[in-house]
Design a protein around this ligand. Structure first.
Ligand code: ACO
Length: 273
């Protein structure tokens, strides 16, 4: 059954371990308003640790994935409130994208249609991305007179080779899903009619994996890119060891003996193993 966020601008269904989360302002091509950004954080919060959610898929209702930031509500109206308004709106949008980048569960962007500018934030935040061949991607900021901010330039340089990133950012031309897959913005492009089936197939593969290992793996892939080889090697050893001891009960026992049993004081010595 479809559920709605507080203001109705995010819709979601949970079915067979998959949370299907959708931008839900189809009449505004799913442009990200401050209200939508707040509602999305609410929904991510709600779903993240639910036992019946193993994978989260993000897509949009109607013809768009998202037409980027809402030029009226996100830019014009928040600017009217001065720097305070702008910074608040930025915190709210960047906040849920960051939350999604480090989400507990594996995430998939299912790009069903238009994907512009600020939409590259959630696109990159998702671990995997599948697009409709019919979808259109664009860094359209240059077309209305700003630079691709909100991380969009960073996403372009993370995912595209230098020349393609520069062309994409400077020219304001759109590319279709097929080109987006060739360029590396998404994993694959498929006809819109088969997109959901393919994403379901991928989600089911992920659902069958060890969830602790998946979280450790997705974080590792994001982390090691900026590390030297030796630092990455060290990080991966620590991350593996942390994952191995994920169910370590010792810490809880230490708290129990201090708080409940009152059998020792951590400030004065160690708990009884
Ligand atoms: N911000 C605010 N409103 C928007 C946005 C947006 N980003 N995108 C669409 N809308 C609104 C339109 O104003 C229109 O509202 P109205 O019905 O009240 O007049 C409604 O959504 C439908 O949009 P149309 O333009 O009529 O839809 P169409 O299907 O013809 O075109 C398209 C779709 C190409 C996506 C077009 O809406 C568009 O160019 N949107 C802006 C895309 C963009 O450049 N976004 C900003 C990226 S930069 C950034 O995010 C920082």
């Amino acid at each position: 059954m479809t559920e709605l966020s507080s203001n109705g601008v995010v819709a979601y269904d949970v079915e067979g371990g998959i949370a299907w989360v959708r931008f839900n302002r189809p009449d505004k091509r799913n442009a990200m308003s401050p209200t939508l950004n707040r509602d999305m954080m609410e929904v991510l919060d709600l779903l993240e640790f639910r036992d019946d959610v193993g994978v989260l898929v993000l897509s949009g209702e109607g013809a768009a994935f998202t037409a980027g930031m809402d030029l009226k509500e996100y830019f014009r109206e928040t600017e009217a409130d001065g720097l305070k308004g702008t910074r608040k709106a930025q915190r709210e949008s960047y906040g849920w994208w960051r939350r999604l980048r480090w989400y507990q569960k594996p995430t998939i962007a299912m790009v069903n249609g238009w994907c512009f500018g600020g939409g590259y934030g959630p696109l990159f935040a998702c671990d995997l991305a599948f697009a409709a061949e019919e979808a259109k991607f664009g860094l359209s900021e240059i077309n209305w007179g700003i630079l691709p901010g909100g991380g969009a330039t960073k996403v372009a340089t993370e995912l595209l080779p230098f020349r393609k990133a520069m062309y994409h950012a400077m020219m304001g031309e759109n590319i279709d899903g097929k080109t987006a897959a060739e360029w590396g913005l998404v994993n694959e492009a498929l006809p819109l009619a088969t997109l959901k089936d393919r994403v379901t197939e991928v989600a089911k593969v992920l659902l069958a994996k060890n969830p602790v290992a998946l979280k450790a793996t997705k974080d590792a892939v994001r982390r090691v890119g900026v590390l030297s080889y030796d630092d990455a090697e060290d990080y991966l050893i620590r991350a593996q060891e942390a994952a191995n001891s994920y169910d370590n009960e010792g810490r809880k026992e230490g708290i129990r003996q201090f708080i409940d049993e009152k059998s020792y004081k951590p400030g004065l010595g160690a708990y009884d193993k």
